[in-house]
Design a protein around this ligand. Structure first.
Ligand code: ZN
Ligand code: ZN
Ligand code: FE
Length: 765
């Protein structure tokens, strides 16, 4: 007996990270039992605690397996071992979860249907053959059905489904794949499908799925309930259906995402690298932006004037059943009207989508948190998140912070970010806050986080712009609030993602953000750290005329720039109506609706208009995206430019550049050449500014952030150029570079500032 005890080793293991909702406890149970260990495992708040005892060899083997072979979708952020005196446990058990406060919360994202479930799904005679809600401990909805932590059935939308004896047996059998699978269910006990017409009346049918397929193949538009919300769905191979959908949804040009039946289908319409194929068929299944393959076999209406297509594969088992015989591609776009948040509420679906969809395919498993599909792309074999959504949300990264806080993001592409116990958790993309529905979703998201984290920080970080609804919210609700200037927020986010403390040079190019001098910034060269910054230079100011209209109508931008350089109204520029041009110029002379701007986004708009972009844009950054699409990659060379070393910092001037473009236009140089030369000019001039700042400061680390860097042509060119000059270059990959990642940046900046040390005035240039 004595000998046995001295041989016995006992350790308490604390695991933090994504360790709930990914089959972790059953995994631990199986290994522990397999090794003959005794003790228990417990979900505690967002941690998992394991107490094991047994022979030294077995305990070591247990810990090694945890470290080296965790379950596929688990992500262990921290593993700690605490040796304990043996107590003589009789067996190994799974304890009931307990709530624990003051730990960071790791909320499991939704996971696409797994390989094992797929196999059963396709096996005739299996009791879950073609069951639209098949899942296991390794897959299924998580975040979108959660109300609170820990991730247990009673805290999810599954609580209303009582498991039948067969399902319950699986749930309680440690050797079953569905052991403690909170979403476990089957045709006998789980959610059921229902087909409704546009008025919300049930459609008489014994097989709603089959009826839905028939309707799709007839060219109808359906609202289909997915994991994080409703999609609007139609046959992507039918130009008339696509056109109708666009018309009804009020989405004129913005690309529509498509869902392909399988990977082979994607290969027919896009060029796909090995990395990209892995992302498409992985466990997150985002919308992946892929280069289109020529000749296009899908209708041009899906992504007009785009070189890329947003494609995903089915991730909810229900979607596998949606493809009618002979149809390989479906349009699967968020169920909403332009700018409003995705519809997820069953009571609201008929009212909100009844005007677009002729039918609604729905079910009775409630969505608790709306989550749009994530959007990603691959650059230089690296995955880059463009929009945080299903499968990625909520996104948790380590973040050193002096305080527990919530960052409320910007105005466009809203998201929020909670900072607690050494980690930052960023929400999914919420929408444009000037839409009232999106603002309500923003408030609900904050409440949702407060519930999941079981805490409500009194400190809120927000943008400098007092007109942002997020800023107003923070000022009204916060016990204490902290201002983070927009571009400093972008810089801090990129630094934190790349684990930099600074000082660094920040090149921050975006559309709009209020500067400390009251002007609209967006072509910024900053230096600084997480907690403070200096404006080292910027794109030369231009007086823009026309308030919001100047963003919607790129030619207004061009008109303002032409006025600034005193260029003649170019009669050979039909896209800029002469009469309107005169009106804009008169308004600038009289200072009506004018503001100062150093926005790089607006310079891109101006050049896009000069290159022929007509009328108004119908989605954000449309003109700039089309300008990028025009650029001929074979063309080298650039326009002349001038950088002035002024008292207030470096000024990147635009006059020479614009005159060069006007000259090329007059000489009928192709716009594909002009676009390429323009991009090259920005690369060269930016690199020169960075070098000049380096000469003054000695700084070698450069971070690139802001929405303009969604432009891969520009980003790749600038990275290359800066590396050539021996700079260390960092950019966003895990966090979106656009404003949907801004809340993370605000969190990083505010977390580093500390209570007393908000910006020192005079230090903000
Ligand atoms: Zn599964
Ligand atoms: Zn069942
Ligand atoms: Fe921005």
């Amino acid at each position: 007996m004595e000998r046995a005890v001295s041989d016995t080793k006992r350790v308490l293991v604390t695991l933090t990270g994504v360790v709930q909702g990914v089959g972790f406890r059953p995994f631990i149970f199986r290994i522990a039992c397999g090794l003959g260990l005794r003790g228990w495992v417990e979900n505690q708040g967002s941690r998992v605690l394991v107490d094991v005892e047994g022979s030294e060899e077995s305990v070591d083997a247990f810990v090694a397996t945890l470290r080296e072979q965790p379950p596929e979708n688990a992500h262990i952020a921290d593993l700690q071992l605490h040796p304990q005196p043996p107590v003589g446990y009789a067996d190994f058990s799974i304890k009931r979860s307990t709530a624990e406060e003051n730990t960071a919360a790791f909320i499991p994202p939704d996971i696409a249907v797994c390989r094992d479930c797929l196999k059963e799904f396709h096996t005739p005679g299996h009791r879950r053959f073609q069951y639209p809600f098949i899942s296991c401990a390794q897959c299924g909805p998580r975040y979108s059905i959660m109300g609170s932590l820990p991730y247990d059935r009673e805290n999810t939308a599954m609580s209303q489904f009582f498991m039948c004896p067969q399902c319950a047996a699986e749930y309680h059998n440690p050797n079953d794949r569905r052991f403690h699978a909170q979403t476990n269910c089957c045709p006998a006990c789980g959610p059921v499908l229902q087909l409704l017409d546009a008025k919300g009346n049930p459609v008489e049918t014994s097989d709603p799925m089959n009826r839905a397929r028939e309707l799709i193949s007839k060219g109808e538009i359906l609202a289909v309930k997915g994991i994080g919300g409703y999609h609007l769905c139609c046959n992507a191979e039918d130009p008339a259906a696509v056109k109708t959908l666009r018309g009804r949804k009020g989405r004129a040009h913005k690309p529509l995402a498509i869902m392909a039946r399988n990977l082979e289908g994607v290969l027919k319409v896009c060029q796909v690298s090995e990395r990209e194929a892995g992302i498409l068929s992985g466990s997150r299944k985002p919308i992946l932006l892929l280069p289109k393959r020529e000749p296009e076999i899908l209708p041009e209406e899906i992504a007009p004037h785009q070189r890329r297509l947003g494609v995903m594969l089915p991730y909810a088992p229900l979607q596998l059943l949606l493809f009618p015989e002979g149809i390989e591609f479906l349009v699967m776009t968020s169920g909403n009207f332009s700018g409003t948040p995705i519809c997820y509420n069953d009571d609201a679906v008929v009212q909100s989508l009844g005007g677009v969809a002729a039918y609604v395919l729905t079910h009775n498993r409630e969505i608790r948190i709306p989550v749009d599909d994530a959007v990603v792309k691959v650059m230089d074999d690296q995955e880059m998140l463009v929009r945080c959504g299903r499968g990625y949300a909520p996104l948790t990264l380590p973040l050193e912070s002096h305080q527990h806080l919530l960052a409320v993001g910007g105005q466009q592409k809203s998201s929020v970010c909670m900072v607690k116990s050494g980690f930052a958790t960023m929400s999914q993309y919420i929408g444009e806050l000037d839409e009232y529905q999106a603002y309500l979703a923003f408030e609900r998201q904050i409440e949702g986080f407060a519930g999941l984290f079981q805490s409500r920080p009194s400190l809120l970080a927000h943008d400098l712009n007092p007109d942002y609804l997020s800023t107003r919210y923070a000022k009204e609700k916060a016990g204490e609030s902290m201002v983070v200037q927009h571009h400093h927020g972008h810089m801090a986010g990129c630094m934190a993602e790349n684990k930099l403390n600074g000082p660094v040079i920040g090149v921050i190019f975006d559309g709009t953000g209020l500067g400390t001098d009251g002007a609209v910034w967006g072509g910024e060269f900053l230096t600084g750290t997480l907690s403070q910054f200096t404006r080292a230079g910027h794109l030369q100011y231009v007086t823009l005329q026309g308030g919001d209209g100047v963003v919607r109508e790129p030619w207004r931008c061009a008109a303002s720039y032409l006025y600034a350089i005193q260029a003649d109204a170019p009669a050979w520029l039909p896209q800029v109506p002469l009469k309107s041009l005169d009106t804009v110029h008169a308004a600038i002379r009289d200072q009506v609706h004018c503001f100062q701007s150093s926005s790089m986004g607006r310079l891109f708009d101006c050049v896009a208009a000069l290159c022929g972009f007509q009328t108004a844009i119908t989605y954000e950054a449309q003109a700039a995206i089309e300008l990028e699409g025009l650029a001929d990659p074979e063309v080298l060379g650039w326009y002349s430019y001038r950088i002035r070393d002024a008292e207030e910092g470096l000024i990147l001037e635009y006059e020479n550049l614009l005159r060069g473009i006007l000259r090329d236009l007059q000489n009928q140089v192709p716009v594909s050449t002009i676009s390429a030369k323009f991009h090259q000019t920005i690369v060269e001039a930016t690199a020169d500014c960075v070098s000049a700042i380096h000469d003054k400061t000695g700084l070698k680390d450069v971070v690139l952030s802001g929405g303009v860097f969604e432009n891969v042509y520009l980003l790749r060119g600038l990275i290359f150029k800066l590396k050539e000059r021996n700079f260390r270059v960092y950019y966003n990959r895990l966090i979106p570079t656009n404003d949907s990642g801004l809340s993370f940046g605000q969190a990083a900046a505010a977390g580093a500032m500390g209570k007393e040390a908000a910006y020192v005035s005079g230090d903000t240039g």
